[in-house]
Design a protein around this ligand. Structure first.
Ligand code: GDP
Length: 446
């Protein structure tokens, strides 16, 4: 998310952390840079003003200028301020104390509401181990019900619909059905319109009265920038929302929405959705988002993603194996499977501190390439996979493998080289200090 804001602020961070002494004038200049970055990211100007004033005040007030590492301390203040405008603490999903929980989703047409329901259903089932049902009550957009049914089918989540046009009746009956069938959580899709109008608001109010939801989640399109915050405020003023799902974060290159919504609408952002894939929903953590914007990595999110998809012991033993001399093609294969379970490689690398720039270079390694490599490994004998030196020593073996995989011998050679390189890279990374990582960041190819 927010590539340009991130890039600009990361430049600021690099310059600031390198400074030994700072004067008041330096702070002024720094704040001009931050202000411009935020405005360009389409953050609401009132927020920007308050933001830079707060940072300045703290930087000048706490004797930071005469302290140790003043530049780094300013960065820390900027980080905390980013975190503050996004709501400080992360706010989790609220369930009913006893019995079935109900979630109502609201949002403009095209905001990604239906897609978000699918993702949320999956998220709740996976993270909170609950049995989820959807109620299709967006009776205005003709394709909405079919779209939800298709999503539900793919996820194995039951979708309740009635083929009638009255959302109130559908919700009432759907609720009874869910209770009778002992579902833990019901998520209701409601009418979306292109713009906010009074009919829609009335219908939403009625549905809310019937449902008495534990959560009213509003989907807001991050690509709208700060306008997203105004939309959120209108919905909130009339219906009352308990949380925002910020959608299309993958397409948002600026970041204005994430940084404006909380302050303008006062609704906490609970989830960020970033892609067409069903597993691209993340709980929103202001702290982590602030770190990510400043390029300070986001190890916690990575760890969470990895642990939800991967056995920790498995990952640990893989790392150890990679750094050992017996690392072989079987390990490489296992590693690919792990990466596949985690999602795309560029996404994973985006979380690792210091790899911000290098990521672009590495992300050219795409999933197709993985598949190609897999075919080559599959053409090897069990022994060859286990002992890579067998392949290294024999050109006859290399020819045989290439033929079996339908690739050229140079493809096999490239794979051999990359195995060696990987081992070397892991060894180097484990010995790197911060300065070296920084150099790598500045010169990703070198
Ligand atoms: P609704 O009208 O609010 O129910 O919106 P939909 O769920 O139908 O989404 C509208 C469009 O946005 C569809 O083309 C979705 O595929 C797309 N979309 C939804 N969420 C995301 C997201 O997180 N990232 C991207 N890139 N596209 C999304």
């Amino acid at each position: 998310m927010a590539n340009s804001l991130s890039d600009r602020l990361q430049m600021f961070v690099r310059r600031a952390t390198g400074r030994g002494r700072l004067t008041e004038k330096d702070i002024e200049e720094m704040m001009r840079e931050v202000r411009l970055s935020l405005l360009e990211a389409d953050v609401n100007f009132k927020i920007v003003k308050e933001f830079t004033n707060n940072v300045k005040e703290q930087a000048l007030g706490e004797k930071i200028l005469s302290g140790l590492n003043p530049g780094q301390q300013v960065v820390k203040i900027v980080h905390d301020e980013l975190k503050r405008v996004m709501g400080d603490e992360s706010v989790g999903l609220i369930y009913a104390n006893t019995g079935m929980s109900t979630i109502m989703t609201i949002g403009l047409q095209g905001s990604g509401k239906t897609t978000a329901i699918g993702k949320l259903g999956l998220w709740i089932r996976k993270k909170d181990k609950k049995n989820v049902m959807f109620i299709a009550a967006d009776v205005y957009r003709p394709a909405a019900i079919d779209q939800l049914k298709t999503l539900g089918k793919g996820l194995g989540i039951h979708v309740y619909d009635e083929g009638i046009k009255d959302a109130r009746v559908i919700v009432k009956n759907g609720l009874k059905y869910a209770k009778d069938n002992q579902y833990d959580v019901v998520i209701v899709d409601t009418a979306g319109r292109l713009t906010i109008d009074s009919d829609m608001m009335q219908e939403l109010k009625d549905v809310k009265d019937i449902l008495k939801p534990n959560e009213v989640l509003l989907t807001v399109d991050a690509m709208m920038g700060q306008e997203a915050a105004n939309v959120a405020k209108s919905f909130h003023d009339q219906i009352g929302a308990t949380g925002v799902i910020l959608t299309k974060m993958d397409g948002d290159t600026r970041g204005g929405a994430a940084l404006s919504i909380r302050e303008i609408s006062n609704i906490p952002i609970k989830f960020a959705s970033s892609g067409e894939k069903m597993d691209s929903l993340e709980a929103f953590h202001p702290e982590r988002m602030a770190s990510r914007i400043l390029g300070m990595g986001d190890m916690l999110t990575l760890i969470e993603e990895v642990t939800s998809n991967i056995d920790e012991d498995e990952a640990k033993s893989m790392m150890e194996k990679m750094m050992s001399d017996s690392y072989n093609y079987l390990d490489l294969q296992k590693q690919f499977k792990m990466i596949k379970r985690m999602g795309s490689i560029s996404k994973i690398l985006g979380f690792i501190p210091g790899l911000g720039k290098m990521k672009e270079a590495i992300s050219q390694v795409d999933d197709k390439q993985f598949d190609r490599v897999n075919v080559i490994i599959q053409s090897m004998t069990e022994e060859e996979r286990k002992y890579p030196e067998l392949i290294d020593k024999s050109s006859r073996r290399r020819e045989r493998v290439a033929k079996g995989a339908g690739v050229s011998v140079s493809d096999v050679n490239r794979l051999r080289e990359s195995l060696v390189q990987q081992k070397q890279m892991m060894k180097q990374m484990s010995q790197m200090d911060e300065k070296q990582i920084e150099r790598l960041q500045k010169n990703p190819q070198g």
